[in-house]
Write a protein that binds this ligand. Structure first.
Ligand code: ZN
Ligand code: ZN
Length: 228
């Protein structure tokens, strides 16, 4: 079992390729003042138990997961969603433009076949529709910024804790493929919006965690430059 990594005060990494399953995206957990939990993405599915044990191993109670944010409709991010909902009754939040993948009407767009996994669809309870929306969970204010490109319904999540802005940019690096309706021009525009957030910490979907405004900018700008 992997041990949760403390990313920042009240932010943990509880899943990922070296932590829970090689197929998993990096899975993050936010803790409110009252110890309610927000899970940001949930891995490819087979590692559900491993992620739960990692949360418990950090002296947090998975039954306190109130919200599950799905940053986009790829299986490595949404595979365990149905199990988390069944086990803990958490509310699912996602962007409307990836509902077809998450709710199961467009299986191709989940990329499940790339991973040779079966995806069990889940219903989205709270649909993000605007360019930017906020939700209050306990004392945390979560911002959802629509960042189409990798997929049409990709979004980043950010919040301010103390003087630090923490950005969850799952798969802002790409990749891009027609089967999941990628759009490079939209991605470029999205990355400019993400750069403008001037985040202090970037929690990426696969590449790792970047500390410091300079490192965050370097990661995003490097990918923008690399696409020329
Ligand atoms: Zn991914
Ligand atoms: Zn993806």
């Amino acid at each position: 079992m992997g041990r949760a990594r403390l990313v920042h005060e009240r932010v943990y990494q509880v899943g990922g390729s070296s932590l829970s399953d090689p197929r998993d995206c990096m899975v993050y957990l936010l803790v409110t003042k009252d110890l309610d939990l927000v899970l940001i993405d949930c891995g490819a599915g087979p590692s559900f138990d491993a992620i739960v044990r990692t949360i418990e191993g950090s002296d947090l109670d998975p039954r306190s997961i109130k919200d599950l944010v799905l940053t986009h409709g790829h299986i490595d991010h949404i595979g365990a969603a149905s199990e988390f909902v069944k086990a803990y009754g958490c509310k699912v939040i996602a962007h409307e433009e990836d509902l077809d993948a998450i709710e199961g009407s467009n299986m191709l767009k989940t990329a499940a076949d790339w991973y040779s996994l079966d995806y069990r669809p889940v219903k989205v309870d709270d649909v993000i529709k605007k360019e930017e929306e906020t939700r209050t969970v306990g004392d945390l204010e979560l911002h959802f910024l629509h960042t189409p490109g990798h997929t049409p319904g990709s979004m980043v999540v950010y919040l301010n804790i103390g003087s630090k802005r923490i950005l969850f940019g799952q798969d802002i690096h790409g990749p891009f493929d027609p089967s999941f309706e990628s759009d490079i021009e939209k991605w470029r525009a999205s990355m400019k919006k993400v750069l403008a957030l001037k985040a202090d910490i970037l929690c990426e979907g696969h590449f790792g965690i970047y500390y410091g405004k300079d490192k965050v900018e370097e990661f995003i700008q490097g990918h923008l430059d690399g696409m020329h």
